[in-house]
Design a protein around this ligand. Structure first.
Ligand code: C5P
Length: 432
């Protein structure tokens, strides 16, 4: 791969986060951070965290839950951040438009640290019964969550399910808790990440934002459906999750995204819903010219019914049903033949045998710049799952294995690689 930059795994840790250094950070100047403080013992660390964020240049505004006030005072957080800390949902306001709603709208990032099992559960389920949870729902900003709780509470299936729900949403990143002794004396995973780790993760998230600004990237997602008659189709098991995660990650970095998907999703970027391989081909071909890159994660049907019945095929007509199929065009293969040198083509290969061989052949045959291969025989990953494990092969002969991780984390890594490819392409382009 052109960019060997580390994966920004959502569960994994940032390299800078491990270094414990804040000195080299590009200051978070002009960034407004809404710091949510929930009611756990780790709330006492919120003062240090608020101070570190402010020293890194951020304008920090605290919103605390009523329970957080049992552990840390509103006055401390107001003084440290130099901004009034908020807590009351129904407090008095001099302004007809409450200040905290304005704040929710202008925040570049919402950081909840510590995030208790309670707040995580509320956010995963859309409950907003206090100022903090209401503000999160009233805002479209990215949300980073630093859980902190007793290890048994963290391991509870409800907490794990809620974390997973949030992790799979476009807006949320989890800053993983650490292993160690927690306040109640228990030892395990549940200790809030260190202040340095949290500031590093916040900086990485805010600085990554915009690294693909000005790039237009098209992503295809889902499995095409090929009709047999007005009610039936031949389809495949693709859920579209990988493509949607990829489109989300690209949009998060500022790319202008066109998602051509067989699955309907509501996003702030352009989503074009298609059904058949033919529909997908039409859209992709018409948009390709203005794109800097195409990421074809879609499982496009290789065949379609030769004849589509005008009326529903009746089971009374015969004992057997024989359908004839004809080949669909290979969209990425066609584009591989016409792509300009400044365009990047990324294909996916879902294989059930000879993973590396088959993927390498497709990479070459279809004239791709990169192929992402996954073994569909491995249980619980790939089709329909939130996780995947892939091997990335580059046209330059490079190869990289990504172990099982959430699809969004794989998407973030692919974005890192894509950024590196753009930089290399630019270096090769002669300056006129
Ligand atoms: O040859 P195979 O279908 O395994 O290749 C997979 C890659 O080719 C994926 O990126 C897929 O989106 C793309 N493809 C395509 N048109 C097809 C079939 C696959 O663009 N008809």
């Amino acid at each position: 791969m052109k960019n060997k930059g580390q994966s920004k795994s959502l569960r994994g840790k940032d390299k800078k986060a491990n270094s414990g250094e804040l000195d080299n950070f590009v200051p978070l100047e002009n960034k407004t951070i809404l710091l949510g403080v929930a009611g756990g013992i780790a709330a006492y660390k919120a003062c240090d965290l608020a101070s570190a964020l402010r020293r890194a240049g951020a304008d920090v505004h605290v919103v605390m839950t009523p329970n957080a006030k049992e552990f840390v005072t509103q006055l401390s957080l107001t003084t440290i951040t130099r901004n009034q800390a908020h807590c009351e949902q129904f407090g008095q306001s001099d302004n007809w438009r409450p200040e905290h709603i304005e704040l929710a709208k202008k925040a570049d990032l919402i950081l909840i640290a510590p995030a208790t099992a309670d707040v995580i559960g509320k956010l995963a389920n859309g409950i907003c019964d206090d100022l903090l949870t209401t503000m999160v729902i009233a805002s479209q900003a990215k949300v980073m969550i630093a859980p902190a709780m007793n290890p048994t509470m963290l391991a509870h299936p409800a907490t794990q399910n809620n974390l997973e729900t949030l992790e799979n949403r476009f807006r949320y990143d989890i800053i993983p808790p650490e292993f160690g002794e927690v306040a109640c004396g228990d030892i395990g995973s549940g200790k809030m990440a260190s202040v340095e780790s949290i500031v590093a993760a916040v900086a990485a998230r805010l600085l990554a934002h915009g690294t693909l600004t000005g790039r237009q990237v098209m992503v295809t997602a889902g499995g095409t459906r090929e009709p047999i008659d007005p009610v039936r189709f031949i389809g495949n098991r693709s859920s579209g999750k990988m493509g949607i995660a990829m489109a989300d990650a690209l949009a998060g970095r500022g790319a202008e995204v066109i998602l051509v998907s067989t699955v309907q999703v509501n996003r702030s970027y352009q989503v074009i819903v298609v059904e058949t391989a033919h529909d997908m081909q039409e859209v992709v071909e018409s948009e390709f010219d203005t794109c800097d890159a195409l990421v074809m994660t879609a499982a496009v049907a290789d065949f379609r019914a030769l004849r589509v019945a005008n009326h529903k095929i009746k089971k009374t007509e015969s004992e057997d049903l024989v359908l004839e199929f004809t080949k669909n065009p290979d969209i990425i293969d066609l584009l591989g033949r016409v792509k300009r040198p400044d365009q990047i083509l990324i294909g996916f290969a879902a294989e059930s045998e000879e993973l590396l061989n088959n993927a390498a052949q497709k990479l070459k045959r279809k004239n791709l710049d990169m192929i992402v291969a996954n073994d569909i025989t491995v249980p619980d990953i790939g089709f329909g799952s939130d996780d995947n494990a892939v091997i990335i092969l580059g046209a330059d002969g490079s190869r990289e294995n990504l172990q099982r991780m959430p699809k969004r984390a794989i998407a973030e890594h692919l974005c890192d690689v894509l950024e590196g490819m753009f930089i290399e392409l630019e270096a090769k382009t002669p300056v006129v």
